[in-house]
Write a protein that binds this ligand. Structure first.
Ligand code: GLU
Length: 282
């Protein structure tokens, strides 16, 4: 084992589809090539969307594919717990640090306000899950420190408008995003008291001493946001390897709703693991 630590970080909101599976397979390959340790982290923060049976299905489908991990909810490890729903105290500590440092502010805008003020959604279908650029309406609020707990209001990170956030991706090369233009003040904690993806991932990647993050290229812009969070929280910035997304015959990005392309269905049709990624170039 070397110091390389990679991770698989699925959200159990559906059956694993072939696009996701390919990313995890690459993550496993990179860990193996580097004689590293691979961590399975169950990103189950959103209780409305996550279901335990999908966690079990993910373990089974990934193992069937030949992907194995050395730390995770089912195998334990030094950095347990490995399910985000059990790690709230880590995120709360980070929320306090950000609040005390003046990096975040409470935002009373509804999702509708935000969507309307951001104008037309991005034309690119790959951006459909992306947060719209926030107008900044609540940015000047200065009552952050009057909150003892995050619940009841959305919390946003104030981005340095106009600053270029740059990094070199180990697969896709040099990347550059401009804060305030490519992405705006983003959520770190939701009104319904759920830590937002950006915060949870940054906190966990640091706490679990991940050295390289392998994930889909739909998250490139989130990497820029996460670099800002790392700076604010004084955390080291990890290496990144973003994988190209798998598309269907019509060029549409695969998502979990493409049930026919779930690993489970392909298995049921008698496909073998080696057939799944035959043309998956890296
Ligand atoms: N949990 C996220 C997802 O399933 C991925 C998070 C990440 O790799 O940073 O889309």
């Amino acid at each position: 084992m070397t110091s390389y630590r990679g991770r698989l970080a699925p959200s159990p909101t559906g059956l694993l589809h072939i696009g996701h599976a390919r990313t995890f397979w690459i993550a496993a390959e990179r860990s193996r090539e580097n004689q590293g340790t691979l961590i399975f982290r169950n990103e189950d923060l959103d209780a409305q969307r996550c279901r335990p049976e999908f966690v079990t299905a993910m373990y089974e489908d990934l193992r069937w594919l030949g992907v194995s991990w050395q730390e995770g909810p089912d195998v334990g490890g030094l950095f347990a717990p490995y399910s985000q729903s059990e790690r709230r105290h880590f995120y709360l500590k980070a929320w306090r640090e950000l609040r005390d440092g003046g990096f975040i502010y409470p935002c009373g805008c509804s999702r509708k306000d935000v969507a309307e003020s951001a104008g037309a959604p991005h034309e690119n279908a790959d951006n459909q899950d992306d947060e719209p650029v926030y107008s900044g309406r609540c940015r000047r609020r200065s009552d952050a420190t009057s909150f003892d707990a995050p619940a009841g209001v959305n919390w946003r990170f104030r981005v340095p408008d106009g600053e270029k956030i740059e990094f070199t991706d180990k697969n896709l090369g040099q990347q550059s995003f401009t804060a305030g233009r490519d992405f705006g003040d983003f959520l770190v904690w939701r009104r319904d008291d759920v830590p937002a993806y950006q915060l949870a991932v940054v906190v966990d990647d640091a706490a679990m001493q991940i050295t390289e993050v392998v994930r889909g290229s739909d998250l490139l812009k989130s990497t820029a946001r996460q670099i800002l969070l790392c700076r604010a929280l004084n955390l080291a910035i990890r290496d990144f390897y973003h994988c190209e997304l798998v598309r269907d015959e019509a060029g549409v990005r695969l998502a979990k709703r493409h049930d026919a392309l779930s690993v489970r269905r392909l298995r049921e049709q008698g496909k073998r693991p080696s057939e799944l990624f035959r043309d998956a170039s890296r």
